[in-house]
Ligand binder design. Sequence first.
Ligand code: ADE
Length: 294
Amino acid sequence: MRFEIVTIFPEFFTGFFENGILSRALAKGLVEIGVRDLRSFTHDRHRTVDDRPFGGGEGMVLKPEPLAEAFAAMGIAPKLLIALPDNAPTPEIEGGVPDSSAGSETGAIRPHVVLMSAQGRPFTQAIARELTTREHVVLVCGRYEGIDERINELYCDEEISIGDYVLSGGELAAAVMIDATMRLIPGVLGNQASSEFESFGAADAEIATTDAFPRSQHGAGGLLDYPHYTRPAEFGGLKAPEVLLNGDHLQIRRWRREQQLRKTLAYRPDLLEDAALSKEDRKILSAIRAEKQD
Ligand code: ADE
């Protein structure tokens, strides 16, 4: 899978690529990442990428021309060819201009272009999984007040937000999305089973009743994860829960399930509405709710 990042801060990503899992995935060739410096597509002395907003108001807007040139350099044509502006650069790719649909006459698959934006659809584990089915994903990082909307219309397939807050730019959001997505690509995690167990594919209730050794299920079926402990068995005057030390897998599984339900009820009760809950789960939840009323 290939990610291409368009940014005015290419150096932002340098350390990010050196991080454990991602650097191994890159070395193994499971993930490729390209970074395009937006300023390299400018032609003035000051390498200007932004301008004042039409209609007035605060801040600056990323200009359309350097972004359009960056897309052309990646071989990506505008989607709305009818609306092609006179000054839009023509992509220089072998075999001509790619189609705006999934497959083109040249056989090249059009990359999926995502604009990182606080206005986008909220990023979730399900979207991360969806992205792993794409061969090539382009992430456009906005800055300042955003990018000229015509670039969004002409080149972007969707806008994605990583949360209901405004970041100074899309770089952090792109890094978050790459991290969450690449770890779902088969072979990226050392132990493949760990991403399977985290996936949205298997319902929580199913996982909880398998004979397999209980594993972390963060994000699986919509419940929050249970707490984790490691050695030493006692730290800061607090003991790790006895049940985790005795090797009884059934008891461990039950304890972890109860912890998941407690955490989810406390922090994300909304997730319980869509989670796949067993009869046993519902009993546990009623008991927890009853405790609170005492
Ligand atoms: N750019 C600014 N804020 C953002 C957010 N919350 N998610 C994605 N991109 C952004």
